[in-house]
Design a binder for this molecule. Structure first.
Ligand SMILES: *Cc1c(COP(=O)(O)O)cnc(C)c1O
Length: 362
């Protein structure tokens, strides 16, 4: 068997142990004589899978009991609409921080339903930093304030959460959920598409404070976009993405076996430091993000020459270092190093970079 070191930003690498277990259980799940894919979502066996997944996610993230966990379809992008459709009050106003393409999409969608104020932006410098935020920048009368905790394309991470007082903080955490410890009680709502750091595409996870499900929302919100329809039915208002939830559940078990999010955060910080330390010393490669805004999940870097970037990526493919091309708006390379990327993957990448640097610095 040959497994690549897959640096894809998403859908992204999954832990081999998880894939092996799914393979072992694929055609006959625990003696049921059927695959999880073939199982009624209301069966006893499936209920144990979804309830187990939720319980383990609650343990991992320390989710307080006054928060609902929803397993929905539609990716993170549906949340760009669901958040305003559900969280607007009669005021219909919200504050957004613009830190990249995903923020921009969230802002554009929310603008269709209400008054959106962009409180800060890093667009002036290709989103290569997280703007300074202070409590006074946020409207105390807004229905909610929205951030993108980790910016997948540009490789930036909020070094700390903004202080928004009583205004519920909403976070698109698609590319760094489960990568570090967050205090869930600081948020009104967290959402994430699964395909970066949780499991296969097709599943989105929403963690929402219960009081936000009452007395808010726009009348015309479609029932499938209504959080409460799903919350009141244990994510079974309709058929949930059953296999994706099963896979996410296996990833949660794997994370618990690894020691939980505190242990993962340490591993992730160490992994990212290896790569950034190399980039900061390199005479050929450099990171596009500086200082405290650096992501520990997505690391964009460049040589400064398109020709060398292309040669580097072609050579990487031959060495089984896959999907390193950067997003078209940034160029160069991007190494996405989610939970499932082993430290050996980073070390192999760095030794290839050293070799490439030696060859091209003459
Ligand atoms: C990938 C990504 C999205 C879009 O996710 P989909 O599931 O494809 O809709 C949104 N936000 C962030 C931060 C992402 O990384």
């Amino acid at each position: 068997m040959s497994r690549a070191f897959n640096f894809s930003a998403g859908p992204a690498a999954l832990p081999l142990e998880v894939l092996e277990r799914a393979k072992a259980e694929l055609t006959d799940y625990k003696g049921t004589g059927m695959s999880v894919m073939e199982m009624s979502h209301r069966s006893k066996q499936y209920m144990a899978i979804i309830e187990g997944a939720e319980a383990n996610l609650r343990t991992l993230m320390g989710i307080p009991s006054n928060y609902k966990v929803l397993f929905l379809q539609g990716g993170a992008s549906s949340q760009f609409a669901m958040v305003p459709l559900n969280l607007f009050t009669a005021k219909k106003k919200a504050d957004y921080v613009n830190t990249g393409l995903w923020s921009k999409k969230a802002i554009a969608e929310a603008k269709r339903y209400g008054n959106i104020r962009v409180v800060a932006s890093s667009e002036d410098d290709t989103f290569s930093y997280i703007p300074e935020l202070s409590a006074s920048m946020f409207d105390p009368d807004a229905d909610y304030a929205h951030i993108t905790t980790n910016n997948t394309i540009y490789g930036t991470l909020f070094p700390e959460l903004p202080e928004t007082g009583n205004v519920p903080l909403v976070a698109d955490m698609s590319s760094n959920i489960l990568s570090q410890v967050y205090d869930v009680s600081k948020f009104g709502l967290i959402y994430a598409g699964a395909q970066k750091n949780i499991g296969p595409a097709g599943l989105a996870i929403i963690i929402v404070r219960e009081d936000l499900l009452e007395g808010r929302g726009l009348d015309f919100c479609p029932v499938m976009f209504h959080y409460k329809s799903h919350a009141d039915n244990g994510s079974m208002y309709n058929t949930p993405p059953t296999y994706g939830i099963y896979m996410a559940g296996l990833v949660f078990e794997w994370l618990l076996e690894k020691g939980g999010l505190e242990a993962m955060e340490k591993i992730n910080r160490d992994k990212a430091a290896l790569l950034y330390d190399f980039l900061d010393k390199s005479s050929l490669f450099s990171a596009t993000v500086k200082g405290s805004s650096r992501s520990i999940m997505n690391v964009p870097f460049v040589t400064g020459s398109d020709e060398l970037d292309n040669a580097f990526i072609a050579g990487a493919e031959k060495r089984n270092l896959k999907t390193l091309r950067g997003h078209r708006t940034v160029g160069g390379m991007r190494a996405s190093i989610y939970n499932a990327m082993p430290v050996e993957g980073i070390k192999t990448l760095i030794s290839y970079m050293e070799e490439f640097e030696r060859e091209h610095s003459k």
